[in-house]
Design a protein around this ligand. Sequence first.
Ligand SMILES: Cc1cc2nc3c(=O)[nH]c(=O)nc-3n(C[C@H](O)[C@H](O)[C@H](O)COP(=O)(O)OP(=O)(O)OC[C@H]3O[C@@H](n4cnc5c(N)ncnc54)[C@H](O)[C@@H]3O)c2cc1C
Length: 424
Amino acid sequence: MDAKFDHNETKVAVIGAGIVGLMTALEVQRTGRHVVVIDPGEPGGRQAASYGSAGWISTSAIMPVSVPGLWREVIGFLMDKSGPFVIRWAYLPRLLPWLLRFVWAGRNWKRVEEGARVRFELCRHTAIDHKNVAAEAGVSHLIEQKGQLYIYRDRSEYLAASVAWKMRRRFGIKFTELDDIDLHELEPNISERYHFGVRLDEGCHCTDVKAYCEAIAELIRKRGGEFIQTRATGFEILDGRLRAVKIANASVECAQAVVTAGIGSKELAAAAGDHVPLESERGYHVVIADGGNTVTHPIMPADGKMGITPTRQGLRVAGQVELAGVKAAPDWRRAEILRRFAPSVFQASFASYKVIDQWMGHRPCTPDDLPCIGPAGFCAGLFYGFGHGHAGLAQAPATAKLLAALVAGQEPQCDVSAMSVLRF
Ligand SMILES: Cc1cc2nc3c(=O)[nH]c(=O)nc-3n(C[C@H](O)[C@H](O)[C@H](O)COP(=O)(O)OP(=O)(O)OC[C@H]3O[C@@H](n4cnc5c(N)ncnc54)[C@H](O)[C@@H]3O)c2cc1C
């Protein structure tokens, strides 16, 4: 370990090197602390949800998955294997307590709007924050600000989703409605069966999340941060205070640590006495080598419920929610659903392009779709930053700033009480 930083009180262990952990390490470093990032995998590597995300950096990621009326669809999720949301029968008994809370969290629009207000604080500055971090890390070219495009077969399909759009408008999120002509002028390769679009004007997308994470990790290293490639297994806690993070056959002594381990945070929080209902909403992606010729905007077809993003490798088609636990093997039929749907979004030539990659990973999801950000319940010096569900890339910079303030003993930039781990 670096001799300059042998004072344990200035050392902060950050557990997990996905986008949330890396951003957090960077922000904690700015407060003059020495950071040690612990992860068995590479920063933003294939093991991380961050790796496989659609790369959307949405200033508008305010809506939860669970909204009023969802409970009516749950039976369908068990029976229909071809839709965007599926529950495995064998996992249902273990899932049930989480599922009930999940459905309950979206029981009325008033509750949804309360949650949206908290999520808005986490995503409203995300575009500028990511652009700043990318510039610092020397990879500005990986963040593009072209907006994000939701496409509909007709205006009535758009109007059916008007509650969400009206809520976005109330929050001041800027978007532009596009009629048939405007839509196809903007993206000529979109299929003619789409006649209406909405562009979220301020949204960005990342064209290579792995390379972005690597660049942030490199910046942390350059500024004196350390990376230890191993798994954290628990904590040494004395008189209610953190003493060390346990790793295989050793420990990293520190008075402060942050758990940003995505789905792996559930076990770590439990080791500190906090039992969090964190569930994996498993997601998939396929990458289609399109030569970069298909679209310039990230696209969300309303009838497909998937994010289609132009990336450096090809067109990434990401989506699906599969509730089957962390341990079950991937069901590649879910990726096949994405692959089969994608050609119908574009003009005919797209169908001939080749799939060059497929991936499955774990969105770390709480039932109320709000992350846990704040101090641990029973261990002074330990903090949490996990449970970002479908919007961790968007919410990472704000999460990181909140955690850096909390670790430094300063007032966080917004009220974090709704995200306390003790709400469960
Ligand atoms: C298909 C799909 C599409 C998505 N699209 C988007 C999108 O477009 N925009 C968006 O904002 N979000 C999106 N998301 C959600 C987003 O990917 C996640 O919310 C986000 O990546 C979570 O980041 P994280 O850093 O918390 O977790 P991860 O990225 O999962 O990182 C956690 C890290 O912790 C490590 N770890 C776990 N356990 C331990 C341990 N015991 N010790 C040490 N390290 C440990 C893991 O190895 C991993 O590297 C998508 C997710 C999926 C699956």
